[in-house]
Design a protein around this ligand. Structure first.
Ligand SMILES: C[S@@+](CC[C@H](N)C(=O)[O-])C[C@H]1O[C@@H](n2cnc3c(N)ncnc32)[C@H](O)[C@@H]1O
Length: 482
């Protein structure tokens, strides 16, 4: 189909889309772009694609606009166990050692399907876990499934699939893991459905890695058949951010046709039969554009008296003067070398709250949750009035599965800073996961009320770059898909 819009306008709008949604529409795809815009224009109540472009480019994009565009311009092709070679590598080579290591660390595993579409990929992972972990009910599994398209997210959350989603799967899959419904769909058994948390996340945004979006310390990330729609520099930026979401030696699986210059440093390509999967290495590389969390970068407060030695993680002999080691640790943290950052800080034995908080964050990112909590305790004893420290402690407790203690710490954070919107959001999420819908709604409302008073596009305090408008969008989609 030939395009009807002027080429300069399409060119300009393609660049705009690439920056806001990551989507890449070179001239050969302009007909697809125009078709999607016509459909979006109808949803917006606008006359046609040209007025749609002009309206969208006239002011910062609102969440509903991003979502409407995403729903008409993204491709939702997916099915269970898509690309058997990757799932065979996961089942036979990658997951077994991750599970063995996770068992040693309190039966914990963190996986992420980024660009999950309607959820088939994330649930395929959940099914693999069910096959490989006999005592799965005793594990703390984080299996995050994120996407930009709210319609796909709603389907993922529902967990009901048509026959087409099972093309290429063994016949035994359905009877074992699904319940057939009269309308011809197959609904996932609740024990598999429960393993997956479905959330909105635009991969182009700077909302990850972050404790707030639960995207830190991942053992494995699947981001397959997503990056192929993005421009090269967007892909590189996303791969660099995904790398920082991985724990030491964590794995990243892309689809066979996807690649990025960013894979060349900081990853080793590991070959399994018919597929490549990338493993994070902590080699030296350019520091990433974003840095350690804001509280870690804050000026150091005066040194408090050293707290009792028994509460500190074991210190190693310092190789560099402590201040140098701490600066090096910040650099390591910012480029995703969390184990190195944790070791440097352990050797430097800092006592200032931001440094201890940085150490806690680094340990949390590599799954050393007990060490992370000890560092938090040190940070809090150095600065009892820091709401961000209670928040960090609460997030780590929640990750350990200690919901009651986490709720207590989030409340302390709110006591210290009643305007801490992110703490309300986290409390809302925690209550939602506990099935306490009324309390969840109350905290989401509180967060919304506080965010309404913040400048939409400036980063929120203690939120690792997250802006008020972004958090509002996340709250809306979280509630929509609840
Ligand atoms: C073809 S599907 C891939 C689904 C699954 N990963 C698979 O391989 O079967 C691509 C997905 O990427 C999502 N997507 C596109 N742009 C995105 C963005 N900026 N952030 C997050 N997800 C995005 C689309 O909404 C779509 O669900």
């Amino acid at each position: 189909m030939p395009t009807t819009l002027p080429a300069p306008l399409l060119q300009q709008f393609s660049a705009f889309l690439s920056a806001r949604l990551g989507l890449h529409f070179p001239p050969p795809r302009w007909a697809d772009l125009e078709r999607g815009l016509s459909a979006a224009a109808a949803d917006f109540g606008l006359a046609g694609p040209e007025s749609c472009i002009r309206r969208l480019m006239s002011a910062p994009l609102r969440r509903e606009q991003v979502e409407t565009l995403a729903s008409h311009l993204t491709v939702g092709e997916t099915y269970f166990f898509r690309d058997p070679a990757v799932f065979a590598a996961l089942e036979h080579h990658i997951l077994p050692p991750l599970i063995a290591a996770g068992r040693e660390q309190g039966r914990r595993l963190r996986l992420w399907s980024a660009g999950c579409c309607s959820g088939e990929e994330a649930y395929s992972l959940a099914i693999l876990l069910d096959r490989l972990i006999p005592d799965l009910d005793d594990w703390h599994i984080t299996l995050l499934a994120t996407d930009i398209n709210p319609h796909f997210l709603a389907r993922a959350r529902l967990g009901a699939y048509r026959e087409w989603s099972f093309r290429g799967t063994a016949v035994s899959l359905k009877p074992q893991y699904f319940t057939p419904a009269e309308d011809g769909t197959f609904t996932l058994k609740p024990r598999i459905r429960r393993l997956v948390s479905v959330d909105y996340l635009n991969l182009v945004d700077d909302t990850y890695p972050s404790l707030a979006s639960n995207t830190n310390g991942m053992d494995l990330i699947l981001c397959r058949n997503v990056l192929m729609y993005f421009a090269e520099d967007t892909v590189d930026a996303i791969v660099a951010k995904l790398r920082r979401c991985l724990t030491t030696d964590g794995w990243l699986a892309l689809s066979p046709t996807e690649g990025s210059a960013a894979l060349r440093s900081g990853f080793t390509a590991v070959e399994f039969s018919d597929t490549l999967v990338y493993r994070k290495t902590e080699t030296a590389e350019r520091p990433a554009p974003t840095t350690a969390p804001s509280w870690a970068a804050a000026p150091l407060p005066p040194r408090p008296a050293r707290p009792a030695a028994r509460s500190a993680p074991p210190a190693r002999p310092a190789a560099a003067p402590p201040e140098t080691a701490i600066a090096q640790a910040r650099t390591c943290f910012s480029r995703g070398a969390y184990a190195q950052a944790a070791d440097l800080l352990s050797a430097a034995a800092p006592t200032a709250a931001p440094d201890c908080a940085l150490a806690a964050h680094a340990c949390a990112n590599i799954g050393r949750l007990d060490d992370a909590l000890r560092w938090c305790a040190l940070a809090i004893s150095a600065d009892k009035s820091g709401p961000e420290l209670r928040y960090l402690q609460a997030v780590i407790l929640a990750e350990r599965g200690d919901a009651a203690a986490a709720i207590g710490c989030f409340r302390q954070a709110l006591y210290l800073d009643p305007d801490f919107a992110l703490a309300h959001f986290a409390l809302g999420n925690l209550h939602r996961r506990l099935g306490m819908a009324t309390q969840a709604a109350r905290h989401f409302d509180n967060a919304r009320r506080l965010l309404a008073n913040c400048a939409a596009d400036s980063p929120l305090p203690h939120a690792e770059g997250l802006t008020a408008s972004r958090l509002l969008a996340i709250i809306d989609s979280t509630e929509q898909i609840s």
